[in-house]
Design a protein around this ligand. Structure first.
Ligand code: CP
Length: 309
């Protein structure tokens, strides 16, 4: 069996192209499994996985839990909001207490960039980053890559624009790493204040005019404005943002080609994307969510194969 070059999935930055290929290929098999009448395989019957969520989540949390259950793993869920973190317990103490219960793998979402790597260096379990602050969201980028490949057949040479709040987006950074490793061209589009100065060093194009960005791309990934991470005002109003960077049906239909619309969710309908675009037949937003389960099954399965049993 082919193996990943890493023992933990803390980010896309430290994956090779071969790792990404292996995850996407394995996910294709699991997508067939989850579309069968019996959607479950016994692969991880001897594995226990803890989902540690120190930040809110709908899609990622449910998707990981479903992926783990489809692989027949035992699953425990932890949410910081109703835990002893509220009494001052540290991340390491919380994790070590959970690991004492013989947990093999930890899936963690945390508000601090680097939290997953920090944990992976200190605990005797495989760690998967389910989003660490403004840093990386590797499984989102992998499911996005899988979804684009499913639509276009390949990522090689495809043009993807990521629109919106690039500065505060872990989805943007992980997507940039993943798409470039797989041979796609990446552009970011948004207000100057929401595009970090270092971004050009990553080899991405920068565009501040949404129409020009859409005319260039094959795929537009529309991001949410992350008001909860913004400590200052980056633009005058949501209304103004929406007028300049929001995608509506009129703009979409005025393009002389058919582009694919993506969004990692949660959507703020009427801000970065209107309902008629989100629900249009060019949108693959719900396919992304469906593919998330197969891609997470692949990540868990491949990392679990590195656990000594
Ligand atoms: N895309 C994503 O990470 O969504 P959640 O925050 O709901 O998990």
């Amino acid at each position: 069996m082919d193996n990943l070059s890493v023992d933990h999935l803390t980010g896309i930055n430290n994956l090779t192209k071969a790792d990404i290929e292996l995850i996407l290929k394995t996910a294709e098999t699991f997508k067939q499994v989850i579309n069968r009448p019996i959607k479950k395989v016994p692969s991880l019957r001897d594995i226990t996985i803890a989902n540690l969520f120190f930040e809110n989540s709908t899609r990622t949390r449910l998707s990981f839990e479903l992926a783990e259950k489809r692989l027949s793993a035992d699953v425990v869920n932890f949410s910081a909001a109703n835990s002893s973190v509220k009494k001052g317990e540290t991340l390491i103490d919380t994790t070590n207490n959970i690991l004492s219960m013989k947990v093999d793998m930890v899936v963690m979402r945390h508000p601090n960039p680097g939290a997953a790597k920090f944990l992976s260096e200190r605990v005797n379990a495989r760690v998967i980053n389910a989003g660490d602050g403004t840093h990386e969201h590797p499984t989102q980028a992998l499911l996005d890559a899988f979804s684009i490949r499913e639509q276009l057949g390949t990522l090689e040479g495809k043009k993807v624009v990521i629109v919106g709040d690039i500065t505060h987006s872990r989805v943007a950074l992980s997507n940039i790493y993943c798409l470039q490793k797989m041979g796609a061209e990446v552009m970011v589009c948004g207000p100057t204040t929401l595009i970090p100065k270092y971004i050009a060093e990553l080899g991405v194009k920068v565009e501040h005019n949404l129409r020009k960005a859409l005319e260039w791309c094959d795929v537009a990934n529309m991001l949410r404005i992350q008001l909860e991470r913004q400590d200052i005002k980056y633009f005058p109003s949501l209304r103004e943002y929406s007028m300049l960077f929001g995608l509506d049906k009129k703009l979409l239909d005025s393009l002389d080609k058919r582009i694919i619309i993506m969004h990692p969710g949660p959507i703020n309908r009427g801000v970065e994307i209107t309902s008629d675009v989100a629900d249009s037949d060019q949108s693959i937003i719900l396919q992304q969510v469906e593919n998330g389960v197969a891609v997470r099954m692949a990540c868990i399965y491949l990392l679990a194969s590195k656990i000594e049993r």
